[in-house]
Write a protein of this length. Structure first.
Length: 282
């Protein structure tokens, strides 16, 4: 009898221990998730967008909470017209230019073989096109104390067709002169959803996914990939832009990230995956 009682007590103690371990693990997972979504909510509060029907100029409000030392990232997009390769005071980080829906790979700034407009625009890419169908260029710069006195930013982008911009302010970037750890882009994923390419990042880095879509798109048609947050969305008459983010929880390649929802026409998107350095290199 005493042996039976001690066995029951041992089993009971083991069960209680397993329950406690489960609670601790669940709490740890929930804590990490809360930290991740808290960072995304903070970025959403630090993000502004603008749309222009006749995009010769575009004006975006300064993101709230921007302070000296933050890094501003500008995702500038348009359809059916030119897009500048450079903006005064800004560095270009990534680009994707398309001549048509079925273009297999993005043309980038490095692929430009003939410039125009004093070097601001590409007259011809290596594939023989001007990349006018759909394009996004990502720019960045470090915020200074001068930004405290700025309410909005205006850029001359040229052309007359629709253009839009998403501007986000990131705090805690460890290398402000070289804030981008990795970049990858695609111009035809052959999917009704949008499938962003895999990129390398370190635990604690911030992953951004930028999509320019050459058609109108409801916010629910391209819901964020699993574990990610939509921090901004802009829609025009026949085009749309999305920006998703998440804090990486492990070091290595992110794997492809696929939006959820009904999606839209195949290959009408320009997709950029970008990792911002939030952790120091070893």
């Amino acid at each position: 009898m005493p042996f039976a009682m001690s066995t029951k007590m041992l089993i009971f103690a083991l069960v209680i221990s397993l329950i406690c371990v489960g609670i601790l693990l669940t709490a740890n997972v929930n804590s990490r998730r809360n930290e991740q979504f808290s960072a995304a909510r903070e970025l959403a509060a630090r993000t502004q967008h603008a749309y222009s029907n006749y995009g010769s100029r575009i004006t975006v409000k300064r993101p709230r909470k921007t302070k000296e030392g933050d890094v501003l990232f500008l995702f500038l997009s348009r359809t059916d017209d030119v897009l500048p390769l450079e903006l005064k005071g800004w560095e270009s980080a990534a680009s994707c230019f398309k001549r048509g829906n079925a273009q297999e790979e993005c043309s980038t700034i490095d692929d430009c073989v003939k410039l125009s407009g004093n070097g601001r625009y590409c007259e011809e890419f290596s594939n023989g096109s001007r990349g006018l169908d759909l394009a996004t260029v990502v720019f960045y710069r470090r915020a200074t104390d001068d930004d405290d006195d700025v309410d909005e930013y205006t850029w001359k982008v040229g052309g007359t067709e629709p253009a839009w911009a998403i501007l986000t302010s990131v705090s805690g970037v460890v290398n402000k002169k070289n804030p981008i750890r990795s970049i990858k882009f695609t111009s035809c994923d052959r999917s009704y959803d949008s499938i962003f390419p895999s990129v390398y990042g370190k635990r604690g880095d911030q992953l951004f996914l930028s999509m320019a879509f050459d058609d109108n798109a409801d916010i629910m048609e391209f819901r964020p990939p699993s574990g990610m947050t939509l921090i901004d969305w802009v829609e025009g008459g026949d085009e749309a832009g999305f920006l998703y983010t998440k804090t990486l929880r492990s070091t290595g390649r992110t794997g492809q990230q696929q939006t959820r929802g009904d999606g839209g026409s195949k290959c009408k998107d320009a997709l950029i995956s970008l990792v911002v350095r939030m952790k120091k290199d070893d």
